[in-house]
Design a protein around this ligand. Structure first.
Ligand code: SAH
Ligand code: SF4
Ligand code: F3S
Length: 442
C-alpha cells in the first residue's frame, strides 16, 4: 500500500500554491494524500510568520502531534515555509518539539524529496535551511487542489522592506520567472480546463526589474491574456509605489482580466506610510485609483490595512477611516500590527497598547463591513457571471465568485464546478449573494 501524506498550510496564496508543489513532489515519490492526520505516514506543516498568531497556530498544531508521534514512531513530521526560514527559528522549534524529523525553508523546498530520503536512511533529524536564494528551479508537477482556479508564480521574493514586514527576510530578493515558462504553464493549465489563472508575486508590478528578464509586468499580462480560450486572469499583489497606467491599459484591452485590483494601502496617514517605508503618499494612492477608474469606471479595488503601527495616533487612524470611505473598497483585509523580530518597526518608539489596537480594529472592521454590505445590496435584481468553484454541503448549494471576488450561491441538480454561470441575484446576505441560474457557459 502506498504511503500517505497530510499537509497543513498557513499563510498566503503563495504558500497555498507552494503546498501544491510539495504535494507534487510527494506524489512523484509515490505518496498519496489523506485528509486524516492519523492515517498519514508523513505530516508536513507549511508555515507562515507574517503575524504572531500565524506562528502560534503552527506551534499549537505541531505540539498537538506529540502523542501521535509516540503511538506511531515511524510517522515523519516535516516543517517548512516562512517560519523555518526565519533566523533562529529552527533552534526554537528543535527545543520545543524534539520530535520534528525534517525542517526546510522557503528557499529549498524543491529539495523536499531528497530530505525525506535522507531522513529515512538515518536516525538523526534532517535540518536544511538555505541562507541565500539560488536560481529559480522550475517545477511543472504541482498537485493542484484548487480547480477551476490555478495559481501561477511569476516571481519570488521581495525587495521592499516595508518596516513592519518579515517577508523580505524569509523569501529572499526578487527573482522573476522567465516569461516563456510562465506562458507555457498558463497554456497548459488552460488546455487542462482551468478557468481562472492568478499570477502571483509579492509585488507583481516590479516583475522584470531584477534584470533577469526583459519583459515588463504589463507585457507579461498582455501575453497571458492573449492566450486563446475562455478563462479569467487575476494578479496579486500590486504595490501602489509601482502601479502604473500601462497595466490598466492592458486591462482595458482584455476583457479576460478581472476588473479588480488588490492594492494594499496599509494606512491613510502620510506620516505612518512614511514610517512604514511604503514609498507612496495618500495623494499618490488616490491618484492611482482615479487613473484606474478613469479608464475602467466599473473597476473595484480591494486592500490590506494595518492598524496600531508604532506611533499611530487617533488622528492617523481616522485618516485611514477617511481613506477607506473615499475609495469605497469592494473588501479589505484588516490586521492589527504584529511586532516581528528583526524588522525596523520592532525597534520603533511608540508601540501601541493592545487595548487601543483592539478598539481601532473593531471600528475599522465595522466600517469595512458596512461598505461591503452596501455593495452587496446593489447586486439585487442584477445578472452576475460567476465561476462555479465548489459545492457547499451544509447549504446544499453550489458557489462561485464574480470577477470582483463576490461569492454567489445557487441551486443546481447538475455539478457545475468549472463552468461560468450567470445568476439572477435575488438575495444579498452581508457579503454573500444568492441567485438563480440564467445561463450556463463552458
Ligand atoms: N506583498 C504584499 C503583501 C504581503 S503580506 C504587499 O505588499 O501588499 C499581506 C499583508 O499582511 C500585508 O499587506 C500587510 O497588510 C499585512 N502584514 C504584513 N506584515 C504585518 C505585520 N507585521 N503585522 C500586521 N500585518 C502585517
Ligand atoms: Fe512585505 Fe512590503 Fe514586501 Fe509586501 S511589499 S511583502 S508588505 S515588505
Ligand atoms: Fe505568505 Fe506568510 Fe510567508 S503571508 S510569504 S506565508 S510569511
Amino acid at each position: 500500500m502506498a504511503e500517505k501524506y497530510h499537509i497543513v498550510t498557513y499563510g498566503c496564496q503563495m504558500n497555498v500554491h507552494e503546498s501544491e508543489k510539495m504535494a507534487g513532489i510527494l506524489h512523484q515519490m509515490g505518496y498519496e494524500e489523506t485528509a486524516k492526520k492519523e492515517d498519514a505516514d508523513i505530516i508536513l506543516f507549511n508555515t507562515c510568520c507574517i503575524r504572531e498568531n500565524a506562528e502560534n497556530h503552527a506551534f499549537g498544531n505541531i505540539g498537538a502531534l506529540k502523542k501521535l508521534k509516540k503511538q506511531k514512531p515511524n510517522l515523519l513530521i516535516a516543517v517548512g515555509g516562512c517560519m523555518t526560514q526565519e533566523k533562529g527559528k529552527t533552534d526554537i522549534l528543535k527545543k520545543k518539539f524534539p520530535f520534528i524529523d525534517i525542517m526546510f525553508g522557503t528557499l529549498n523546498l524543491e529539495e523536499l524529496g531528497n530530505l525525506i530520503a535522507r531522513k529515512k536512511a538515518q536516525k538523526k533529524k534532517v535540518i536544511e535551511i538555505r541562507e541565500k536564494e539560488g536560481e529559480i528551479v522550475e517545477f511543472d508537477d504541482a498537485y493542484r487542489t484548487s480547480y477551476p482556479n490555478a495559481w501561477v508564480n511569476i516571481m519570488y521574493g521581495c525587495n521592499n522592506f516595508c518596516s513592519y514586514c518579515i517577508v523580505p527576510y524569509v523569501r529572499g530578493r526578487e527573482r522573476s520567472r522567465k516569461p516563456e515558462h510562465i506562458l507555457n504553464e498558463v497554456k497548459k493549465l488552460v488546455a487542462a480546463g482551468y478557468k481562472e489563472i492568478t499570477l502571483l508575486g509579492q509585488n507583481v508590478n516590479s516583475y522584470g526589474t531584477d534584470g533577469k528578464v526583459k519583459t515588463s509586468f504589463a507585457q507579461l499580462l498582455d501575453e497571458v491574456a492573449s492566450i486563446e480560450g475562455k478563462f479569467r486572469v487575476r494578479f496579486m499583489t500590486s504595490h501602489p509605489k509601482d502601479f502604473t497606467e500601462d497595466v490598466v491599459k492592458v486591462m482595458e484591452k482584455h476583457r479576460k482580466i478581472c476588473r479588480l485590483v488588490h492594492l494594499p494601502v496599509q494606512s491613510g496617514s502620510n506620516a505612518i506610510l512614511q514610517a512604514m517605508n511604503r514609498r507612496y503618499t495618500r495623494e499618490k494612492y488616490l491618484d492611482e485609483i482615479a487613473m484606474l477608474k478613469s479608464r475602467l469606471p466599473e473597476a473595484e479595488v480591494t486592500t490590506d490595512i494595518i492598524v496600531g503601527f508604532p506611533g499611530e495616533t487617533e488622528e492617523d487612524y481616522l485618516q485611514t477611516e477617511d481613506l477607506v470611505k473615499t475609495v469605497d473598497y469592494a473588501s479589505a483585509f484588516t490586521f492589527v500590527y504584529s511586532k516581528r523580530q528583526g524588522t525596523k518597526a520592532a525597534e520603533m518608539d511608540g508601540q501601541i497598547p493592545e487595548d487601543i489596537q483592539k478598539d481601532r480594529i473593531m471600528r475599522l472592521v465595522e466600517l469595512v463591513n458596512s461598505l461591503t454590505r452596501k455593495k452587496s445590496e446593489k447586486y439585487l435584481g442584477k445578472s452576475v457571471e460567476i465561476l462555479c468553484e465548489d459545492y457547499d454541503e451544509k447549504k446544499g448549494l453550489y458557489l462561485g465568485r464574480d470577477e470582483f471576488g463576490r461569492m454567489g450561491y445557487f441551486k443546481s441538480e447538475k455539478n457545475l464546478i468549472g463552468k461560468f454561470v450567470t445568476l439572477k441575484i435575488n438575495k444579498a446576505n452581508g457579503i454573500s449573494l444568492f441567485g438563480e441560474i440564467e445561463r450556463i457557459e463552458d
